[in-house]
Design a protein around this ligand. Sequence first.
Ligand code: NAD
Ligand code: DAU
Length: 360
Amino acid sequence: MKTYLVTGGAGFIGSNFIHYLMRKYDDIFVINLDKLTYAGNLNNLKDIENSKNYVFVKGDITDTKLVDSIFHKYNVDYVINFAAESHVDRSIENPMEFIRTNIEGTFVLLEAAKKAWLKGEQWEEGKKFLQVSTDEVYGSLGETGYFSESTPLDPRSPYSSSKASADLLVKSYFETYQMPINITRCSNNYGPYQFPEKLIPLMINNCLSGKDLPVYGDGKNIRDWIYVEDHARGIDLVVHKGKIGQVYNIGGGNEKTNIDIVKIIINTLRKLLPDGDIRKEAISESNIKYVKDRKGHDRRYAIDSTKIREELGWQAMTTFEEGIESTVRWYLDNSQWLEEVTSGAYEDYYKKMYIDRERG
Ligand code: NAD
Ligand code: DAU
Protein backbone atom coordinates (compact mmCIF):
# COMPACT_ATOMS: atom_id res chain seq x y z
CA MET A 1 0.00 0.00 0.00
CA LYS A 2 1.62 3.25 -1.14
CA THR A 3 0.85 6.53 0.60
CA TYR A 4 0.71 9.72 -1.50
CA LEU A 5 0.98 13.19 -0.02
CA VAL A 6 -0.73 15.27 -2.70
CA THR A 7 -0.45 19.01 -2.04
CA GLY A 8 -2.91 21.40 -3.69
CA GLY A 9 -5.26 18.48 -4.29
CA ALA A 10 -8.36 20.67 -4.05
CA GLY A 11 -7.28 22.74 -7.06
CA PHE A 12 -7.84 22.05 -10.74
CA ILE A 13 -5.08 19.61 -11.68
CA GLY A 14 -4.62 18.22 -8.17
CA SER A 15 -8.27 17.18 -7.88
CA ASN A 16 -8.22 15.62 -11.35
CA PHE A 17 -5.05 13.76 -10.35
CA ILE A 18 -6.63 12.44 -7.14
CA HIS A 19 -9.67 11.25 -9.14
CA TYR A 20 -7.30 9.55 -11.57
CA LEU A 21 -5.44 7.78 -8.73
CA MET A 22 -8.65 6.65 -7.01
CA ARG A 23 -10.00 5.22 -10.26
CA LYS A 24 -6.76 3.43 -11.09
CA TYR A 25 -5.60 1.99 -7.75
CA ASP A 26 -7.43 0.26 -4.87
CA ASP A 27 -4.39 -0.24 -2.69
CA ILE A 28 -3.25 3.34 -2.08
CA PHE A 29 -3.78 5.99 0.56
CA VAL A 30 -4.00 9.67 -0.43
CA ILE A 31 -3.43 12.61 1.92
CA ASN A 32 -4.60 15.85 0.36
CA LEU A 33 -2.90 18.86 1.98
CA ASP A 34 -4.50 22.07 0.76
CA LYS A 35 -4.84 25.57 2.17
CA LEU A 36 -8.12 26.13 0.32
CA THR A 37 -7.22 29.46 -1.21
CA TYR A 38 -9.70 31.00 -3.67
CA ALA A 39 -8.56 28.26 -6.11
CA GLY A 40 -9.10 25.30 -3.76
CA ASN A 41 -12.55 23.77 -3.68
CA LEU A 42 -13.57 20.64 -1.78
CA ASN A 43 -16.60 20.29 -4.05
CA ASN A 44 -14.09 19.05 -6.64
CA LEU A 45 -13.66 15.93 -4.49
CA LYS A 46 -17.21 15.39 -3.19
CA ASP A 47 -17.51 11.88 -4.59
CA ILE A 48 -14.42 10.56 -2.80
CA GLU A 49 -14.47 12.58 0.44
CA ASN A 50 -15.70 9.61 2.49
CA SER A 51 -13.42 7.05 0.89
CA LYS A 52 -11.35 5.07 3.41
CA ASN A 53 -8.32 5.58 1.14
CA TYR A 54 -8.42 9.34 1.43
CA VAL A 55 -7.95 12.06 4.02
CA PHE A 56 -8.09 15.83 3.67
CA VAL A 57 -5.83 18.08 5.76
CA LYS A 58 -6.50 21.80 5.60
CA GLY A 59 -3.22 23.64 5.85
CA ASP A 60 -0.40 25.58 4.33
CA ILE A 61 2.67 23.94 2.76
CA THR A 62 4.82 26.69 4.32
CA ASP A 63 3.76 25.52 7.81
CA THR A 64 6.81 23.45 8.84
CA LYS A 65 5.16 22.06 12.01
CA LEU A 66 2.10 20.86 10.16
CA VAL A 67 4.06 19.34 7.29
CA ASP A 68 6.43 17.57 9.72
CA SER A 69 3.45 16.25 11.67
CA ILE A 70 2.02 14.69 8.50
CA PHE A 71 5.30 12.87 7.90
CA HIS A 72 5.26 11.68 11.52
CA LYS A 73 1.71 10.46 11.39
CA TYR A 74 1.85 8.74 8.00
CA ASN A 75 4.48 6.70 6.22
CA VAL A 76 4.51 8.94 3.14
CA ASP A 77 5.96 7.25 0.05
CA TYR A 78 5.37 9.90 -2.59
CA VAL A 79 5.05 13.67 -2.39
CA ILE A 80 3.30 15.14 -5.43
CA ASN A 81 3.59 18.89 -5.09
CA PHE A 82 0.81 20.67 -6.98
CA ALA A 83 0.22 23.37 -4.35
CA ALA A 84 0.96 26.74 -5.86
CA GLU A 85 -0.31 30.13 -6.73
CA SER A 86 -0.89 29.38 -10.40
CA HIS A 87 -2.29 32.41 -12.23
CA VAL A 88 0.13 34.65 -14.16
CA ASP A 89 -2.10 37.77 -14.07
CA ARG A 90 -2.38 37.56 -10.28
CA SER A 91 1.41 37.23 -10.02
CA ILE A 92 1.82 40.45 -11.99
CA GLU A 93 -0.53 42.29 -9.60
CA ASN A 94 0.66 40.75 -6.37
CA PRO A 95 3.75 38.51 -6.49
CA MET A 96 4.26 38.04 -2.72
CA GLU A 97 2.11 34.92 -2.25
CA PHE A 98 3.82 33.34 -5.27
CA ILE A 99 7.20 33.69 -3.65
CA ARG A 100 5.91 32.35 -0.34
CA THR A 101 3.90 29.37 -1.51
CA ASN A 102 5.77 28.38 -4.64
CA ILE A 103 9.32 28.77 -3.37
CA GLU A 104 9.19 28.68 0.43
CA GLY A 105 6.46 26.03 0.42
CA THR A 106 8.48 23.75 -1.85
CA PHE A 107 11.48 24.19 0.44
CA VAL A 108 9.44 23.23 3.53
CA LEU A 109 8.19 20.08 1.78
CA LEU A 110 11.70 19.12 0.63
CA GLU A 111 13.09 19.54 4.14
CA ALA A 112 10.27 17.52 5.73
CA ALA A 113 10.69 14.71 3.19
CA LYS A 114 14.45 14.70 3.72
CA LYS A 115 14.04 14.49 7.51
CA ALA A 116 11.61 11.60 7.15
CA TRP A 117 13.28 9.63 4.36
CA LEU A 118 17.05 10.04 4.84
CA LYS A 119 18.38 7.51 7.34
CA GLY A 120 22.02 8.35 7.96
CA GLU A 121 23.52 8.32 4.47
CA GLN A 122 20.81 6.13 3.01
CA TRP A 123 17.48 7.12 1.47
CA GLU A 124 14.60 4.81 2.34
CA GLU A 125 13.64 2.56 -0.59
CA GLY A 126 10.76 3.45 -2.87
CA LYS A 127 10.32 7.10 -1.92
CA LYS A 128 9.91 9.95 -4.41
CA PHE A 129 9.35 13.70 -4.42
CA LEU A 130 7.66 14.83 -7.63
CA GLN A 131 7.57 18.56 -8.33
CA VAL A 132 4.76 19.56 -10.68
CA SER A 133 6.21 22.33 -12.79
CA THR A 134 5.38 24.17 -15.97
CA ASP A 135 6.66 24.87 -19.48
CA GLU A 136 6.62 28.58 -18.54
CA VAL A 137 9.99 28.14 -16.81
CA TYR A 138 11.56 27.95 -20.28
CA GLY A 139 10.33 31.43 -21.25
CA SER A 140 8.85 32.35 -24.59
CA LEU A 141 9.35 30.91 -28.08
CA GLY A 142 9.33 32.65 -31.46
CA GLU A 143 7.47 31.18 -34.40
CA THR A 144 9.56 28.01 -34.51
CA GLY A 145 11.20 25.57 -32.11
CA TYR A 146 10.14 23.62 -29.05
CA PHE A 147 11.01 23.48 -25.36
CA SER A 148 13.03 20.34 -24.54
CA GLU A 149 14.26 19.36 -21.08
CA SER A 150 17.65 20.91 -21.91
CA THR A 151 16.24 24.29 -22.96
CA PRO A 152 17.77 26.86 -20.58
CA LEU A 153 15.43 28.24 -17.94
CA ASP A 154 14.33 31.77 -18.83
CA PRO A 155 11.18 32.55 -16.83
CA ARG A 156 9.66 35.97 -17.48
CA SER A 157 6.78 36.49 -15.01
CA PRO A 158 6.79 36.45 -11.21
CA TYR A 159 4.76 33.23 -11.45
CA SER A 160 7.14 31.42 -13.79
CA SER A 161 10.18 32.73 -11.91
CA SER A 162 8.81 31.35 -8.66
CA LYS A 163 8.20 27.97 -10.35
CA ALA A 164 11.73 27.98 -11.84
CA SER A 165 13.15 28.82 -8.39
CA ALA A 166 11.28 25.87 -6.92
CA ASP A 167 12.57 23.59 -9.70
CA LEU A 168 16.14 24.63 -8.91
CA LEU A 169 15.64 23.93 -5.22
CA VAL A 170 14.26 20.47 -6.02
CA LYS A 171 17.18 19.80 -8.36
CA SER A 172 19.61 20.95 -5.66
CA TYR A 173 18.22 18.33 -3.25
CA PHE A 174 19.01 15.69 -5.85
CA GLU A 175 22.50 16.99 -6.68
CA THR A 176 23.48 17.67 -3.05
CA TYR A 177 21.72 14.94 -1.07
CA GLN A 178 20.80 12.46 -3.87
CA MET A 179 17.16 12.87 -2.87
CA PRO A 180 14.90 10.76 -5.13
CA ILE A 181 13.13 13.44 -7.15
CA ASN A 182 11.52 14.09 -10.50
CA ILE A 183 10.31 17.32 -12.04
CA THR A 184 7.54 17.38 -14.64
CA ARG A 185 6.98 20.43 -16.86
CA CYS A 186 3.64 20.52 -18.53
CA SER A 187 1.92 22.79 -21.02
CA ASN A 188 -1.49 24.50 -20.62
CA ASN A 189 -4.10 22.19 -19.10
CA TYR A 190 -7.85 22.34 -19.64
CA GLY A 191 -10.73 20.18 -18.43
CA PRO A 192 -13.25 19.90 -15.57
CA TYR A 193 -12.85 21.85 -12.30
CA GLN A 194 -10.65 24.61 -13.75
CA PHE A 195 -11.19 27.95 -12.02
CA PRO A 196 -12.67 30.55 -14.41
CA GLU A 197 -9.72 32.93 -14.21
CA LYS A 198 -7.91 30.82 -16.84
CA LEU A 199 -8.60 31.37 -20.54
CA ILE A 200 -10.88 28.42 -21.37
CA PRO A 201 -13.25 28.40 -18.36
CA LEU A 202 -13.29 32.21 -18.27
CA MET A 203 -14.48 32.33 -21.88
CA ILE A 204 -17.08 29.59 -21.25
CA ASN A 205 -18.38 31.44 -18.20
CA ASN A 206 -18.44 34.81 -19.98
CA CYS A 207 -20.31 33.33 -22.95
CA LEU A 208 -22.89 31.79 -20.61
CA SER A 209 -23.34 34.96 -18.59
CA GLY A 210 -23.55 37.35 -21.54
CA LYS A 211 -20.25 39.12 -20.86
CA ASP A 212 -17.67 40.38 -23.36
CA LEU A 213 -14.84 38.01 -24.28
CA PRO A 214 -11.59 39.79 -23.36
CA VAL A 215 -8.71 38.77 -25.63
CA TYR A 216 -5.31 40.15 -24.65
CA GLY A 217 -3.21 41.98 -27.25
CA ASP A 218 -3.65 40.72 -30.82
CA GLY A 219 -4.98 37.29 -29.75
CA LYS A 220 -2.17 35.53 -31.61
CA ASN A 221 -0.21 34.28 -28.60
CA ILE A 222 0.08 30.50 -28.80
CA ARG A 223 -0.35 27.90 -26.09
CA ASP A 224 0.07 24.11 -26.33
CA TRP A 225 -3.15 22.68 -24.83
CA ILE A 226 -3.36 19.34 -23.02
CA TYR A 227 -6.39 17.61 -21.52
CA VAL A 228 -5.88 17.41 -17.76
CA GLU A 229 -6.30 13.62 -17.59
CA ASP A 230 -3.39 13.19 -20.01
CA HIS A 231 -1.29 15.27 -17.63
CA ALA A 232 -2.43 13.17 -14.65
CA ARG A 233 -1.45 9.98 -16.49
CA GLY A 234 1.97 11.46 -17.29
CA ILE A 235 2.60 12.30 -13.63
CA ASP A 236 1.55 8.81 -12.55
CA LEU A 237 3.98 7.28 -15.05
CA VAL A 238 6.83 9.50 -13.87
CA VAL A 239 6.11 8.59 -10.22
CA HIS A 240 6.45 4.89 -11.02
CA LYS A 241 8.94 4.77 -13.89
CA GLY A 242 10.73 8.12 -14.06
CA LYS A 243 14.49 7.90 -13.66
CA ILE A 244 15.58 9.51 -10.40
CA GLY A 245 16.81 13.09 -10.80
CA GLN A 246 15.27 13.56 -14.23
CA VAL A 247 13.02 16.25 -15.67
CA TYR A 248 10.17 15.19 -17.98
CA ASN A 249 8.28 17.55 -20.28
CA ILE A 250 4.60 16.75 -20.85
CA GLY A 251 2.89 18.51 -23.75
CA GLY A 252 -0.34 18.30 -25.64
CA GLY A 253 1.25 18.65 -29.09
CA ASN A 254 -1.67 20.93 -29.78
CA GLU A 255 -0.75 24.54 -30.48
CA LYS A 256 -3.52 27.07 -30.87
CA THR A 257 -3.72 30.85 -30.90
CA ASN A 258 -5.89 32.38 -28.17
CA ILE A 259 -8.30 33.83 -30.69
CA ASP A 260 -8.81 30.38 -32.22
CA ILE A 261 -9.53 28.96 -28.76
CA VAL A 262 -12.16 31.63 -28.16
CA LYS A 263 -13.84 30.95 -31.50
CA ILE A 264 -13.83 27.18 -30.86
CA ILE A 265 -15.52 27.77 -27.48
CA ILE A 266 -18.18 29.95 -29.10
CA ASN A 267 -18.88 27.30 -31.74
CA THR A 268 -18.89 24.43 -29.23
CA LEU A 269 -21.33 26.19 -26.93
CA ARG A 270 -23.60 27.05 -29.85
CA LYS A 271 -23.50 23.39 -30.90
CA LEU A 272 -24.24 21.98 -27.43
CA LEU A 273 -26.85 24.43 -26.16
CA PRO A 274 -30.38 23.44 -27.16
CA ASP A 275 -32.36 25.59 -29.61
CA GLY A 276 -34.57 27.93 -27.69
CA ASP A 277 -32.02 28.45 -24.87
CA ILE A 278 -31.81 32.26 -24.71
CA ARG A 279 -28.07 32.11 -24.02
CA LYS A 280 -27.42 30.42 -27.36
CA GLU A 281 -28.49 33.34 -29.55
CA ALA A 282 -26.45 35.80 -27.48
CA ILE A 283 -23.18 33.86 -27.95
CA SER A 284 -21.37 35.36 -30.91
CA GLU A 285 -17.98 36.46 -32.18
CA SER A 286 -19.23 40.04 -31.92
CA ASN A 287 -18.71 39.70 -28.13
CA ILE A 288 -14.93 39.33 -28.62
CA LYS A 289 -13.14 42.44 -27.32
CA TYR A 290 -9.44 42.96 -27.82
CA VAL A 291 -8.15 44.43 -24.55
CA LYS A 292 -4.87 45.72 -23.16
CA ASP A 293 -2.14 43.09 -23.33
CA ARG A 294 -0.72 41.21 -20.34
CA LYS A 295 2.58 42.75 -19.20
CA GLY A 296 5.54 40.67 -20.46
CA HIS A 297 3.10 38.38 -22.29
CA ASP A 298 4.93 35.24 -23.47
CA ARG A 299 4.31 34.80 -27.18
CA ARG A 300 4.42 31.07 -27.75
CA TYR A 301 4.80 27.87 -25.75
CA ALA A 302 5.35 24.49 -27.44
CA ILE A 303 6.59 21.34 -25.79
CA ASP A 304 8.80 18.60 -27.15
CA SER A 305 7.55 15.46 -25.33
CA THR A 306 9.97 13.03 -27.01
CA LYS A 307 11.66 12.04 -23.73
CA ILE A 308 8.56 10.95 -21.82
CA ARG A 309 7.19 9.30 -24.96
CA GLU A 310 10.33 7.29 -25.70
CA GLU A 311 11.46 6.53 -22.13
CA LEU A 312 8.11 5.97 -20.44
CA GLY A 313 5.69 5.25 -23.30
CA TRP A 314 3.45 8.24 -22.54
CA GLN A 315 1.32 9.96 -25.13
CA ALA A 316 -1.61 12.33 -25.07
CA MET A 317 -4.76 10.25 -25.64
CA THR A 318 -7.40 12.96 -25.88
CA THR A 319 -7.68 14.98 -29.08
CA PHE A 320 -8.42 18.66 -28.62
CA GLU A 321 -11.78 18.23 -30.40
CA GLU A 322 -12.88 15.52 -27.91
CA GLY A 323 -11.39 17.29 -24.90
CA ILE A 324 -12.88 20.70 -25.54
CA GLU A 325 -16.32 19.27 -26.24
CA SER A 326 -16.35 17.24 -23.04
CA THR A 327 -14.98 20.23 -21.09
CA VAL A 328 -17.69 22.58 -22.38
CA ARG A 329 -20.28 19.88 -21.67
CA TRP A 330 -18.92 19.54 -18.12
CA TYR A 331 -19.36 23.27 -17.46
CA LEU A 332 -22.90 23.11 -18.87
CA ASP A 333 -23.73 20.10 -16.70
CA ASN A 334 -22.15 21.65 -13.59
CA SER A 335 -23.68 25.11 -13.60
CA GLN A 336 -24.00 25.05 -9.82
CA TRP A 337 -20.25 24.49 -9.43
CA LEU A 338 -19.64 27.44 -11.75
CA GLU A 339 -22.16 29.65 -9.92
CA GLU A 340 -20.58 28.86 -6.56
CA VAL A 341 -17.04 29.68 -7.64
CA THR A 342 -18.06 32.87 -9.45
CA SER A 343 -20.09 34.29 -6.57
CA GLY A 344 -18.59 36.67 -3.99
CA ALA A 345 -14.89 37.41 -4.38
CA TYR A 346 -14.82 36.43 -8.06
CA GLU A 347 -16.82 39.52 -9.13
CA ASP A 348 -14.34 41.80 -7.34
CA TYR A 349 -11.44 39.99 -8.97
CA TYR A 350 -13.05 40.32 -12.40
CA LYS A 351 -13.69 44.03 -12.00
CA LYS A 352 -10.17 44.67 -10.74
CA MET A 353 -8.45 42.71 -13.52
CA TYR A 354 -10.62 43.55 -16.49
CA ILE A 355 -12.20 47.00 -16.12
CA ASP A 356 -8.89 48.84 -16.54
CA ARG A 357 -7.92 46.55 -19.39
CA GLU A 358 -11.09 47.49 -21.28
CA ARG A 359 -10.35 51.21 -20.79
CA GLY A 360 -6.69 50.69 -21.83
P1 NAD B 1 -4.90 25.82 -8.99
O1 NAD B 1 -4.65 27.26 -8.75
O2 NAD B 1 -6.17 25.39 -9.60
O3 NAD B 1 -4.76 25.01 -7.61
C1 NAD B 1 -3.76 25.29 -6.68
C2 NAD B 1 -4.14 24.60 -5.37
O4 NAD B 1 -3.09 24.82 -4.43
C3 NAD B 1 -5.43 25.13 -4.74
O5 NAD B 1 -6.24 24.06 -4.30
C4 NAD B 1 -4.93 25.97 -3.56
O6 NAD B 1 -5.87 26.02 -2.48
C5 NAD B 1 -3.67 25.22 -3.18
N1 NAD B 1 -2.71 26.07 -2.47
C6 NAD B 1 -2.29 27.32 -2.81
N2 NAD B 1 -1.41 27.77 -1.91
C7 NAD B 1 -1.25 26.79 -0.98
C8 NAD B 1 -0.46 26.66 0.19
N3 NAD B 1 0.36 27.65 0.59
N4 NAD B 1 -0.53 25.51 0.88
C9 NAD B 1 -1.35 24.51 0.50
N5 NAD B 1 -2.14 24.57 -0.60
C10 NAD B 1 -2.08 25.71 -1.33
O7 NAD B 1 -3.65 25.33 -9.83
P2 NAD B 1 -3.58 24.24 -11.00
O8 NAD B 1 -3.86 24.89 -12.28
O9 NAD B 1 -4.31 23.03 -10.59
O10 NAD B 1 -2.00 23.94 -10.97
C11 NAD B 1 -1.47 22.96 -10.09
C12 NAD B 1 0.03 22.89 -10.28
O11 NAD B 1 0.34 22.56 -11.63
C13 NAD B 1 0.75 24.19 -9.98
O12 NAD B 1 1.96 23.89 -9.33
C14 NAD B 1 1.03 24.79 -11.36
O13 NAD B 1 2.19 25.57 -11.35
C15 NAD B 1 1.22 23.53 -12.18
N6 NAD B 1 0.87 23.62 -13.62
C16 NAD B 1 -0.33 24.14 -14.00
C17 NAD B 1 -0.66 24.14 -15.36
C18 NAD B 1 -1.99 24.67 -15.85
O14 NAD B 1 -2.21 24.76 -17.05
N7 NAD B 1 -2.94 25.01 -14.98
C19 NAD B 1 0.26 23.66 -16.31
C20 NAD B 1 1.49 23.17 -15.86
C21 NAD B 1 1.79 23.13 -14.52
O1 DAU C 1 1.82 26.81 -19.70
C1 DAU C 1 1.43 26.33 -18.46
C2 DAU C 1 0.79 27.44 -17.68
O2 DAU C 1 -0.48 27.66 -18.27
C3 DAU C 1 0.64 27.12 -16.19
O3 DAU C 1 1.91 27.02 -15.62
C4 DAU C 1 -0.15 28.22 -15.48
O4 DAU C 1 -0.39 27.83 -14.14
C5 DAU C 1 -1.48 28.38 -16.19
O5 DAU C 1 -2.19 29.45 -15.61
C6 DAU C 1 -1.27 28.65 -17.68
O6 DAU C 1 -0.68 29.97 -17.88
P1 DAU C 1 -1.17 30.94 -19.07
O7 DAU C 1 -0.79 32.31 -18.70
O8 DAU C 1 -0.72 30.43 -20.39
O9 DAU C 1 -2.78 30.67 -18.97
P2 DAU C 1 -4.02 31.65 -19.02
O10 DAU C 1 -5.23 30.78 -19.07
O11 DAU C 1 -3.96 32.70 -17.97
O12 DAU C 1 -3.84 32.37 -20.42
C7 DAU C 1 -3.76 31.63 -21.63
C8 DAU C 1 -3.56 32.64 -22.76
O13 DAU C 1 -4.78 33.39 -22.92
C9 DAU C 1 -2.48 33.67 -22.49
O14 DAU C 1 -1.81 33.95 -23.72
C10 DAU C 1 -3.24 34.90 -22.02
C11 DAU C 1 -4.56 34.80 -22.76
N1 DAU C 1 -5.75 35.34 -22.07
C12 DAU C 1 -6.01 34.90 -20.81
C13 DAU C 1 -7.10 35.36 -20.11
C14 DAU C 1 -7.37 34.89 -18.71
C15 DAU C 1 -6.61 36.21 -22.71
O15 DAU C 1 -6.38 36.60 -23.88
N2 DAU C 1 -7.70 36.67 -22.03
C16 DAU C 1 -7.97 36.30 -20.74
O16 DAU C 1 -8.97 36.80 -20.16
